[in-house]
Each structure stands twice: as C-alpha cells, then as structure tokens.
Design a protein around this ligand. Structure first.
Ligand SMILES: [Zn+2]
Length: 231
C-alpha cells in the first residue's frame, strides 16, 4: 500500500463552495489530493450565507464540478446537511443513500466515504453509513497525531487547517522515519481562508509538506482503502 511508503498525507473539505475553485488550483499546483464532501440536495448557487464580515459563502451549481474536482475524490456529506443524530433511521438512510446515488450518477464514480454534517453521529447514523456501503466517515475530532484510525466510521483528523500547531505537526511528520504506517489528515472548509485571510498560510503549509519522496499523497479513499473491511 501507499506505493511502499510509510507516510501518507490527505485532506478533506466540505460543502462544495465557490472558494473550492481557488483551493483546488492550489492543491493541483502542489500535487496534493483531497476529498470533497458534497450535499447533492442543496448543491446550487441559490444556497448561500454571509458571515459577520460580509464574506459570501455560496455553494456552486453542479455544472462544471466534475471538471473542477477531477483527480480528487467526491464523498457523501448527506442530501441536505442536517444534524443526522436528530432523525429516525429511515430519514438518515434517505439522506445518505440518495446523496450517494446522486453523486455517483453525476460524477460517474463509486463513492466509498463521507463526512458527517456538523461532525455529529451516533450508533444509528454509523450503522446506516455502513449499510449504504460507505467505508469511512469523518468526524470533526482532531487527534494531533499520525496514528492510523481505530474505527473508520468515527474517523478523526490529525487537525483542522486552522490549528495553531499546523506547521509544528507538518515538521514533525516530515522529519519522522516511522516503521509503522502514519497518516497526516487535515480538514476544513475553503471559505475559512477568506474569513481569516489565511490563503498564504495554507500555501506555505502546502509548499512545505508537498513534493516529498517518502510521503504518499492520496485522496481519503486512496489512503484508507487498504483498511476497508468487507461487507
Ligand atoms: Zn458541511
């Protein structure tokens, strides 16, 4: 796995918003791979909100997304972005199965993962995720380490991209020479780079972590597939 490398790096971004255009351009420039978690039931530009500083966060229309996200992974984020823990099983099933089916039909790929909207989940939500054929589901929990996840349906990240210790973790990871597989997993929303004017900060991080021979750069699925369980 991982082309015989002991270290892998992956990214996970949510909601399919316009700032992803600039973000994907950065990823592609540095040869990095990410997973984009989309809500197919509300993936239109009619869905927008404005933050306290007047910055617009707008979902994109589906048109053109296949081209934009080419080379990256598309994953489920539920049909309409609710807190799934508030629903009965049938509604959770509908939210996950229909999003998966819509995205598979549109992108022409098999989808194997998801990110929980708001990061919330419970036993029922995890069971439904498994039932609809999803192998991993990301939470919003940060571990601040590079150990492999114990439970792919409660997948934590190493950190959010805004973490103060992002560059410290990057240096730690870059310098490590592990005997066991290690994973550096970063998540966020690309509109946050507009909110806190951190486009240069993320580029500096990408410049540092990219292009290393001992790191495998893959989407979430490419990195996690060796650990998928049957069924
Ligand atoms: Zn979201």
């Amino acid at each position: 796995m991982w082309n015989n490398k002991m270290k892998a790096f992956t990214l996970s971004y949510d909601d399919g918003i316009t700032q992803d255009i600039r973000f994907v351009e950065l990823l592609n420039r540095y040869g990095l791979k990410a997973t984009f978690n989309l809500n197919s039931g509300i993936q239109t530009k009619a869905n927008s909100w404005v933050n306290k500083d007047g910055i617009v966060v707008r979902r994109m229309n589906m048109d053109g997304l296949k081209e934009l996200y080419a080379g990256h992974e598309i994953a489920v984020h539920s049909l309409t972005h609710p807190d799934l823990t508030k629903f009965d099983e049938e509604t959770v099933y509908n939210e996950l199965a229909r999003d998966k089916a819509n995205l598979e039909a549109f992108f022409g790929t098999k989808i194997t993962g998801m990110a929980y909207p708001f990061g919330t989940h419970n036993e029922q939500v995890r069971a439904v995720a498994k039932k609809v054929g999803l192998h991993y589901a990301r939470t919003v929990h940060s571990t601040n380490h590079f150990e492999l996840p114990a439970d792919l349906l409660q997948l934590p990240a190493t950190c959010h991209h805004g973490a103060e210790n992002l560059m410290d973790l990057a240096k730690q990871f870059a310098e490590a020479k592990p005997d066991m597989p290690q994973l550096f997993y970063v998540w966020g929303h690309s509109y946050e780079f507009d909110f806190d004017q951190s486009w240069e900060r993320i580029e500096e991080f990408f410049r540092y972590i990219s292009g290393r021979e001992d790191i495998f750069y893959g989407t979430n699925a490419e990195v996690l597939e060796p650990f998928y369980t049957e069924g």
